[in-house]
Design a binder for this molecule. Structure first.
Ligand SMILES: [Zn+2]
Ligand SMILES: [Zn+2]
Length: 349
């Protein structure tokens, strides 16, 4: 331990909402623990509720119960463990799904921090942000722009970076047609990023009720997949260079795949159990590709937040007190969140 911050002034416990077994939340008081080597302790101000939290809450991952979920965490560092450089007590930081790279595995040494072999997932392998305090590995931290509130920043640490990173690393260039499938928690950010990055944007949703919102978010075109064949609609626009799939369900990839122009890529960021069925004909003739994309590295996280602040991209959020985490989670799972639920704690200014 090098720095203990204002630990002397703090009570020895903090509130957390943990999952005790699949589907069961419990509010508890946990003892305050000093950060270990390489860790920072964070006074959590806000934590987004993400669909991937179901990996913990429903026990889809092997979980060591009890576990505090939450991987869209924003707060202030109040203590730093040994060996941590580049971060300071009092600094506002973010923690995303990837808990921090190891720095020594083959992938880290090759600069691929996302695919680090020794990386834990926040809120799955260790306790996350449904709490007033959280311990985080310093190598996974992201910095929050001063101009952005903690509640606004929270969803950008997972939903934001996921869509920003996928589009930013895609082969699309300014002026190319980019389609965003799904206008939900991920998609409503994806449409905004695609527009601000200079693409011609087609939003694909089910039903006409999302048309107005899609246009407001920046889409040039809206395609109602319930009323029209989305692949044909994309081809009528010249074919998409990139289709960003934000809805879970392999069928959505399948039904839009032929909307890609030659050399185009369908990038899936919506996790679901359904297989993706694509014929080799559609893959080969046109040299189309299917790809997955997993969040992004911490520097891309910083860029996501900076770009969002600079270009006015923001998630539509509903804030609720930490105590109501279970209700917020249930609302999100029921598909009733518009569009991201964010838990706020007493630390929130
Ligand atoms: Zn997430
Ligand atoms: Zn590594």
């Amino acid at each position: 331990m090098e720095l203990k911050g204002n630990q002397r002034n703090m009570s020895g416990t903090y509130k957390a909402v943990q999952v005790t077994k699949p589907g069961e939340f419990a509010a508890v008081l946990k003892p305050l623990v000093d950060p270990g080597p390489g860790q920072a302790r964070i006074r959590v101000e806000a934590c987004g509720v993400c669909h991937s939290d179901s990996g913990t809450v429903e026990g889809l991952f092997p979980i060591n119960w009890p576990r505090v979920p939450g991987h869209e965490v924003v707060g202030r560092i109040d203590a730093i463990g040994s060996g941590v450089q580049g971060w300071a007590v009092g600094q506002r930081v973010g923690v995303g799904f990837l808990g921090g790279s190891c720095g020594y595995c083959e992938f880290c040494r090759n600069g691929d921090l996302v695919n680090c072999r020794n990386q834990e997932f926040t809120g799955i392998h260790h306790d996350g942000g449904y709490a007033e305090v959280m311990l985080a590995k310093a190598s996974g931290l992201m910095s929050i722009p001063d101009s952005m509130s903690s509640a606004d920043a929270a969803p950008l640490l997972c939903a934001g970076i996921t869509t920003f990173n996928a589009l930013r690393n895609s082969p699309a260039k300014a002026g190319d047609l980019v389609a965003v499938l799904g206008i939900g928690g991920l998609g409503h950010l994806g449409v905004q990023y695609a527009r601000r990055m200079g693409f011609e944007v087609a939003a694909i949703g089910r039903g006409i009720q999302s048309a107005e919102l899609a246009k407001k978010l920046g889409a040039h075109h809206y395609i109602d997949s319930a009323a029209t064949d989305p692949a044909a609609a994309l081809q009528a626009l010249g074919g998409a260079k990139v289709i960003l799939i934000t809805a879970s369900g392999g069928k959505t990839v399948t039904t839009t795949f032929k909307g890609l122009r030659a050399g185009g890529v369908s990038i899936d960021v919506g996790v679901g159990p359904e297989p993706i069925e694509i014929t080799s004909m559609d893959l080969i003739f046109g040299e189309r590709k299917v790809a997955g994309s997993l969040t992004g590295n911490p520097a891309t996280g910083d860029a996501t937040l900076r770009f969002s602040a600079l270009s006015g991209v923001s998630a539509m959020i509903e804030t609720v007190p930490l105590d109501q985490a279970a209700a917020a989670y249930a609302k999100m799972m029921a598909g009733k969140a518009r569009f991201r639920m964010v838990l706020v704690t007493k630390n929130t200014k």
